[in-house]
Design a protein around this ligand. Structure first.
Ligand code: FIX
Ligand code: ZN
Length: 400
């Protein structure tokens, strides 16, 4: 093919996306839905940069309104300094995609121009070619769970997932919530499963998820609730998504911006896959150190599927390196990206940045097989890209 580079890039830009892990909520769920430039600037990635770049008083900063915080972030990271980090570039991508000429304007002017666009969540989905996103839903957070009491939002676009971290981190609270909802049960494990049945019916989740540090990963198979939860997931035919290698509260004062990386031993992931061959496991690891071993494990276990570049891994230099490694070891048998977006507008930058990298990486691989006389067609490239951005997720989640 002559214009291979343009063809790959065009196909990627036109392809529909299934976003397998986000923290988004539908616009109808007002208390939790985040959008707009002020929220974009209040992203904890930018807040961590602000704290470590300036001497700002952290406690005082967190007492300010979002509006005041976003003003400070704009001033400190975008005006006084060159916005060259990945998180800063993300903001620039959003503004330039929306044709907001931020260089010549004050922050108030930028904000009012942004507001005037009056972008809805579904418009942003359209701009970014996102057909569905998976939310992160905590069944042990009563206020957040109200989302499922009144389903006046598009349940086809926003799919649910059950976030079960609280069972490992705050068991007593979880058991209390289960007891408020379930009258008759045999033991604590039965209580949790009955509650999971209830929240399953309410939300129809496409998977359940846990984020784990090394200690939690090591003791996972010894946890008394895990066998029943895994059996339950098998019955429901939904995967368990493991987000591995986070060390929460490295700096407590930073709040959400204070989590970091833990050193983990992926031997335990392999053991989970071996001991529960009928459970499907999705996995993303936070540290670069684990990516090679994780990719090799995905060649060894039929029930394991790698997904995304999680958080600190979501840097262009690392993505290019590891995307190549994944293709070299797995072909196209993985889910290359998720956005982790917390603010709807972030979908714009997260996916543009990734698609640019994917386009370059795929072009090199196609070019390489073309040199070996393999005739690649546009249809075949389209199929491959659909697998990566849509079908691999759909198939693994049993949605197609
Ligand atoms: O645990 C998670 O799902 C993490 O992605 C988040 O909680 C984290 O704060 C984040 O936003 C990373 O992108
Ligand atoms: Zn997340």
């Amino acid at each position: 093919m002559k214009n291979l580079k343009q063809a790959v890039s065009k196909i990627i830009n036109e392809s529909e996306i299934f976003d397998i892990h986000t923290h988004l909520f539908p616009a109808e769920f007002k208390k939790y839905h985040l959008s707009g430039i002020s929220e974009v600037l209040n992203y904890h990635y930018l807040i961590a940069e602000l704290f470590t770049t300036t001497n700002i008083n952290i406690k005082k900063f967190y007492k300010l309104t979002n509006e005041e915080r976003s003003n400070i972030i704009w001033e400190e990271l975008f005006r006084k300094r060159t916005p060259i980090s990945e998180a800063c570039k993300g903001v620039l991508t959003i503004l330039s995609e929306l044709s907001i000429d931020y260089m010549s304007k004050s922050f108030d002017e930028i904000q009012s121009e942004y507001c005037k666009l009056n972008l809805s969540d579904l418009q942003i989905f359209k701009i970014s070619k996102i057909s569905q996103v998976v939310m992160t839903n905590n069944p042990f957070d009563k206020s957040e769970w109200k989302l499922f009491k009144n389903k006046n939002w598009d349940t086809n676009k926003y799919l649910a997932s059950l976030r079960l971290d609280d069972i490992l981190m705050n068991l007593e609270k979880c058991l209390d919530i289960c007891k408020e909802n379930i009258d008759r049960f045999d033991d604590e494990s039965d209580l949790i499963i009955k509650y999971l049945d209830k929240v399953y019916e309410e939300s129809r989740p496409v998977y359940a998820a846990l984020s784990l540090n090394n200690l939690q990963l090591k003791s996972f198979l010894k946890n008394k609730f895990i066998p029943d939860i895994l059996k339950w997931l098998e019955r429901k035919n939904i995967p368990l998504s493991l987000l591995l290698g986070v060390r929460r509260k490295v700096n407590k004062d930073f709040l959400l911006a204070g989590d970091g990386i833990d050193k983990i031993d992926l031997y335990y992931l392999s053991e989970i896959c071996n001991q529960y061959p009928n459970n499907k496991i999705l996995c993303s690891c936070l540290s670069l150190n684990d990516q090679h071993e994780l990719t090799v494990l995905a060649r060894k276990h039929q029930n394991l599927k790698i997904f995304g570049f999680w958080w600190f891994m979501n840097q262009p230099s690392l993505i290019t390196l590891i995307l190549n490694l994944r293709i070299e070891l797995l072909g196209l048998n993985f889910i290359p990206q998720h956005s982790d977006a917390r603010v709807t507008d972030q979908l714009i930058y997260k996916w543009i940045h990734f698609k640019t990298l994917l386009s370059n990486v795929l072009f090199n691989h196609y070019n390489n097989i073309q040199i070996k006389n393999f005739k690649i067609s546009e249809n075949q490239i389209s199929d491959d890209v659909s697998k990566l951005l849509y079908n691999n997720s759909q198939n693994f989640l049993n949605l197609s």
